[in-house]
Write a protein that binds this ligand. Structure first.
Ligand code: ZN
Length: 467
């Protein structure tokens, strides 16, 4: 026998999310090091492999799923949770978020990502796409330690529209050079769990030169681009005025050949029918963030995008836009919001819109396509990486279960997620995050957040009669 590590998980209901959408009532899976080497009926798996195995785990009554994928999360904003609730968009951005981000240190980003990562793991996430934040090097240290898989992206802007004057803004060329260095230093590190992507924060803070260079550099480095796209009507209006196109950001990006299959377009709320066609034809991936959209952006035409074969996945966005970094909550919201959007002429909504199996695809295999990692993750299949979660459904929130797929979308809570494996290693077991001391991180986060807000001069007004 060589030094391989074998783990067998068996006697579980196993949702594979493979091409045939197989669900084993009583399934088993064999993991050798970081890969899945067998999958099938529990009895067959145990008979064939148990003599090889170092670790045979009976998961009676539990579920196994592929690890969930959060395709839009601002890890460096975790320390800003609660700093901009119930305020208008301009206050949110100019008086809270920009001062917060422009005062962050690398250490803040490290602590923020650790705190965010703990919440991601508890919600069953094994892989996430950073939306573009501060200090990728701090994020990378945290991701390596936590054991997660991630596509990390720096927040990139080369135009100071609305930004604090104290924030030194790089030129387009400097932005590209900086990201190339990040790529060289961090891409494919942490046993291949970290990839470095290029970022465009949003079109209103980008020159054309930055857009062109980003497009070409992504091709050269064979990596992805993460960008906030068509978030608010004002963005589209500004693009129409300044860049002379008939409709908004997506139309402009189509015109300059920026729309490609390696673009992850976050939100994409304000897109028309033609633009949905452009997204579909070019293979652009969309990250739908239901909670953040409801808070300040609007209803995205998700059903229309899915009907047009656009690959739509799910994201939480950042803590100041959502507060909850739980992809489990986003699954529930995505289904409800998009049913609620389909209003019939008699005023009732469409309960058949975005059914549970569609939502599960968005959180798994579509997520894997969005982060350009679909050959390795997103479903439980032989040869793929062992990224999976174990769910204990025997709680007041889920019992009784008559339809396991609908239960996973409409009843599941983060609290039902029992264990999480990434790259063949347990990163949470029996609800204990394995690689960091949660209590210590929480205490460090409280301190770092307080100091950062003070440094940034951000004051949160009291509510009600706080005495
Ligand atoms: Zn975002």
């Amino acid at each position: 026998m060589n030094n391989s590590r074998f783990i067998i998980l068996h006697n579980a209901l196993m949702v594979t999310m493979d091409d045939e959408l197989r669900v084993f009532r009583n399934g088993g899976i064999v993991i050798e090091n970081d890969r899945i080497i067998a999958i099938g009926q529990s009895l067959d798996i145990v008979t064939e492999f148990s003599s090889n195995s170092h670790d045979v785990i009976d998961l009676h009554g539990q579920f196994i799923l592929p690890g969930l994928i959060n395709t839009h999360v601002h890890t460096s904003q975790q320390l800003a949770r609660g700093i901009a609730d119930d305020v208008d968009l301009l206050t949110w951005l100019h008086h809270r978020i920009w001062p917060y981000e422009s005062n962050m240190t690398e250490h803040d980003s490290y602590i923020s990502t650790l705190l965010c990562g703990i919440e991601l793991i508890h919600s069953g996430v094994t892989c996430f796409a950073e939306a573009g934040g501060q200090h990728v090097s701090g994020m990378a240290r945290a991701v390596e330690l936590l054991g997660l898989r991630a596509c990390l992206t720096e927040s990139i802007m080369d135009s100071g529209n609305g930004l604090p004057s104290s924030w030194g803004i790089r030129t387009a060329d400097e932005c590209i050079l900086f990201q190339k260095e990040l790529h060289k230093k961090h891409n494919n590190t942490a046993d291949g769990r970290i990839r470095i992507w290029l970022g465009i924060r949003q079109i209103m803070n980008s020159t054309d030169r930055l857009l062109f260079e980003t497009r070409d550099t992504a091709k050269e480095l064979k990596t992805g681009i993460h960008m906030h796209v068509a978030e608010i009507p004002f963005e589209n209006q500004l693009v129409m005025q300044t860049r002379e196109v008939e409709h908004g950001t997506v139309t402009y990006l189509e015109k300059i050949k920026f729309l490609t299959s390696n673009l992850l377009a976050a939100h994409s709320v304000w897109v028309n029918e033609n633009e949905i066609g452009y997204l579909s034809n070019s293979g652009v991936k969309v990250s739908h963030c239901p909670a953040a959209a409801m808070r300040m952006l609007g209803f995205a035409p998700i059903k229309e995008m899915l009907d047009a074969n656009v690959c739509v996945s799910l994201g939480t966005d950042g803590a100041p836009s959502n507060n909850r970094m739980s992809i489990v909550d986003e699954m529930y919201l995505a289904s409800l919001i998009n049913k609620g959007r389909e209003v019939y002429s008699n005023g009732t909504t469409d309960p058949t819109a975005l059914p549970a199996e569609t939502i599960l695809k968005m959180a798994t295999i579509n997520g894997a396509k969005a982060v350009l990692w679909e050959n390795d993750i997103g479903s439980l299949e032989v040869g793929k990486k062992a990224d999976l979660i174990v769910i204990n459904p025997s709680s007041w929130s889920m019992v009784p279960i008559h339809d396991c797929i609908s239960s996973l979308v409409y009843c599941l809570r983060s609290e039902n997620i029992e264990s999480v494996m990434c790259n063949g290693r347990w990163i949470m077991k029996n609800q204990k995050v394995m690689n960091v001391d949660e209590a210590k991180i929480i205490s460090m986060a409280k301190q770092a957040s307080g100091e950062l807000l003070k440094r940034a001069g951000i004051q949160i007004p009291n509510r009600m009669n706080l005495i």
